[in-house]
Ligand binder design. Structure first.
Ligand code: MG
Length: 320
């Protein structure tokens, strides 16, 4: 009797999702692509909201269990993105150090019943294809049987061609993941900082449960970018907004609420999932935390920036 009355408290206290608890992953299960939409096990579209962590080599302090517990419980996020830094001074040079950060975040997301995007945070991934293959096979072996985990194989290609460069890279990494994990979602980066989604959609990678990355910064990117995304959706491709900001594309400048509201209404209408950039205490306006914010969450309003307070409210009200 004593045990059973205490057990839920112990579980709650340690951050474990209780059996039967209504978490995002308990509700939707493994995600898949059906008719150009990301759906759950019930077959209905799933739209999740949460934050992206910042480059792991520059904001390592937020890659910890308690930070993710806080984001899951206080922010009610359905998803979080781990931006595993590739270079400089990232996974290429320090694979074990960066791997441990990823594990801390992925294990915490699983414990909380939320989804986690494992992002190869690289602007030149096609030059590191072999390392990307090694990394994602490692992720697939450890996490490929977990419904929580989503692979993002190329954060933001810069100005490189889709069909000749990014697509062959993507095919190689997708094939490597699928040797181990047949089904979890794979997000594929698109040219011009993951904006040219219609170009990828016109010449898509073949395979199951593949999604294209759409990134935007509300102060810079407006309706013209949504028009490109509409084209991609119209041609039957699924999209995820794995990174967006309330500011200019530089990550700084004013918080553009009017443009953000237009983007949010659009993402809501398309049932897209999103991660906001970023959990960081850097002095730039897209960072959600004030300089020196505690790395393990517990943040009060005064610990959040203008964008942080705004986006926390957006995440809490998005639902899952
Ligand atoms: Mg799987």
């Amino acid at each position: 009797m004593v045990l059973w009355s205490v057990l839920p408290l112990l579980l709650t206290g340690s951050g474990e999702a209780e059996p039967g608890q209504d978490t995002p992953v308990a509700r939707h299960g493994p995600l898949r692509v059906e008719k150009g939409a990301v759906v759950g096990r019930h077959g209905r579209p799933v739209s999740l909201a949460g934050p992206s962590l910042f480059w792991s080599q520059w904001m390592p302090q937020f890659y910890n269990r308690r930070c993710i517990d806080w984001i899951a419980r206080d922010w009610r996020a359905g998803i979080v993105r781990a931006a595993v830094a590739v270079e400089p001074n990232g996974y290429l040079e320090n694979p074990e150090r960066e791997w441990r950060k990823l594990e801390a975040v992925a294990d915490a997301a699983i414990a909380n019943g939320i989804y986690v995007i494992v992002d190869w945070h690289d602007h030149r991934a096609h030059e590191h294809a072999e390392q990307a293959v090694g990394f994602f096979q490692r992720v697939a072996r450890k996490y490929g049987d977990k419904p929580n985990v989503i692979y993002e194989i190329y954060n933001e290609p810069v100005r490189v061609p889709w069909s000749g460069v990014i697509k062959p890279y993507s095919e190689r990494v997708v094939r490597a993941i699928r040797e181990i994990d047949p089904d979890n979602l794979i997000v594929i980066g698109t040219p011009s900082w993951s904006q040219d989604v219609e170009v990828a959609a016109a010449d898509p990678v073949q395979g199951r449960n593949l999604v294209y990355a759409l990134h935007f910064y509300a102060g810079t990117h407006k309706g013209w970018l949504r028009d490109k995304a509409e084209k991609a959706l119209a041609s039957g491709s699924a999209l995820m907004v794995t990174e967006w900001g309330t500011t200019l594309a530089s990550g700084d400048g004013p918080v553009d609420r009017a443009s953000t509201e237009e983007w949010l209404a659009w993402m809501r209408s398309k049932r897209l999932s999103w991660c906001n950039w970023s959990i960081a205490d850097k002095r730039e306006s897209s960072a959600m935390l004030q300089p020196g914010a505690h790395p393990e969450g517990g943040w009060k309003d005064s610990d959040l920036t203008e964008s942080g307070r705004y986006v926390r409210d957006l995440i809490r009200s998005w639902g899952y």
